[in-house]
Design a protein around this ligand. Structure first.
Ligand code: HEM
Length: 336
């Protein structure tokens, strides 16, 4: 794991202040709420096209056809990764995500993950030096240009963080869309409520993130001695934060195992907490809202089909391998 760990340890997710704040400030220009909201139509078009393509057959795999390609296309569009390179990027990203999330990793998996990370970094290095002229706003080149304004900034550190953005920007959202679709299929009444009351969609996005959290845990190490919920933790001890369990805490969410789009109060921690709170939350929420609306309006009679959906082999990332559905009518989208 060492070659991979060397790269991961330079990513903001695993840095403390002041490095963390320095790296994170680069992101703030690309991820303003305004930039994210301008993506709504593009996301909507992409979802419509996917559903329109599946309509003649009357069936689709929500994971393979929608939940995987959509977030990848969105983050690559935003960051300026050319279309022809995206499938390679996704193929390099998967072994890395698996290595981060899987507690039963073998030597071959670690090697594959390290090699994939190496290839992704080599690709990014080439991409970011390939083009000339001023970079388009919000792209990786723009982030890089901001980073290299500082003469002490290390190029490899920037590349490691570009890789984080690309990996974190799609793997988790893929799981979210798959988990949300499965939850709706298994709760037809809740789905019907949402179909009739689309104003509940933002609340439904939050509840679905709470109910089946795509990122289940985070391992941190205490920097100082501290008291945590009545337990003393000495400096250097590892602390496993289980977001998924916190999101089912009955003291915060009464009847935590119920899916309730009108649940009062209670803030989930599916995007983490504190200084590392997910900077992609607004984008993920937007993608989730657009997808929910499209699935509910365009596939009113969708049903699960095929084998019982299986979960990915990961302790950390909670997502599906596939989710096949059939439907008889796909109502036309706005953009047909
Ligand atoms: C439903 C989808 C997503 C979920 C559930 C999710 C969840 C998380 C969680 C739990 C963390 C760790 C927070 C902490 O330690 O307190 C995190 C960090 C991060 N996420 Fe997300 N994320 C999602 C989507 C995205 C997207 C779309 C992007 C990029 C556009 C993104 C980029 C990042 C980055 C760069 C970090 C590291 C932030 C830091 O260390 O300061 N994520 N995310």
């Amino acid at each position: 794991m060492l070659p991979l760990a060397r790269v991961l340890s330079r990513q903001m997710l695993y840095r403390d202040a002041p490095d963390h704040a320095r790296l994170r400030s680069l992101l703030s220009r690309a991820f303003t709420p305004r930039t994210v909201m301008t993506l709504r139509d593009r996301i909507s078009d992409a979802v419509d096209q996917i559903i329109t393509r599946a309509a003649p057959a009357g069936r689709m795999d929500i994971v393979a056809d929608l939940a995987r390609p959509l977030p990848l296309a969105v983050i690559c569009d935003l960051l300026g990764v050319p279309e022809e390179d995206r499938s390679a990027l996704s193929a390099w990203s998967d072994p890395v995500a698996e290595a981060i999330g899987d507690s039963r990793l073998g030597a071959d998996d670690s090697r594959a993950a390290s090699q994939s990370m190496g290839r992704m970094l080599a690709y990014l290095r080439e991409l970011l030096t390939r083009e000339e002229g001023p970079p388009a706003p919000h792209t990786l080149r723009a982030l890089l240009a901001t980073g290299t304004e500082n003469p002490d900034q290390d190029f490899d550190e920037l590349l490691a963080n570009c890789a984080l953005l690309l990996i974190a920007g799609h793997e988790t959202t893929t799981h979210f869309i798959g988990n949300a679709a499965l939850a709706l299929l298994s709760h037809p009444q809740a789905a019907e409520e949402l179909r009739n009351r689309p104003e509940l969609i933002p609340a439904a996005v939050e509840e679905l993130l709470r109910y089946d959290s795509p990122v289940q845990l985070m391992l941190r190490r205490a920097r100082h001695d501290l008291d945590l919920a009545g337990r003393s933790v000495t400096a250097g001890r590892a602390v496993l934060l289980v977001w998924g369990a916190a999101n089912r805490d009955p003291a915060v969410f009464p009847e935590p195992d119920a899916l309730d789009f009108q649940r009062p109060g209670g803030r989930h921690v599916a995007f983490g907490y504190g200084p590392h709170f997910c900077p992609g939350a607004a984008l993920a929420r937007l993608e989730g809202a657009v997808v929910l609306e499209a699935l509910l309006t365009r596939l009113p009679d969708w049903k699960p089909d095929g084998p019982t959906p299986r979960r990915q082999r990961s302790l950390n990332f909670r997502g599906l391998i596939g989710l096949e559905v059939t439907f008889t009518t796909a109502t036309p989208g706005d953009h047909d």
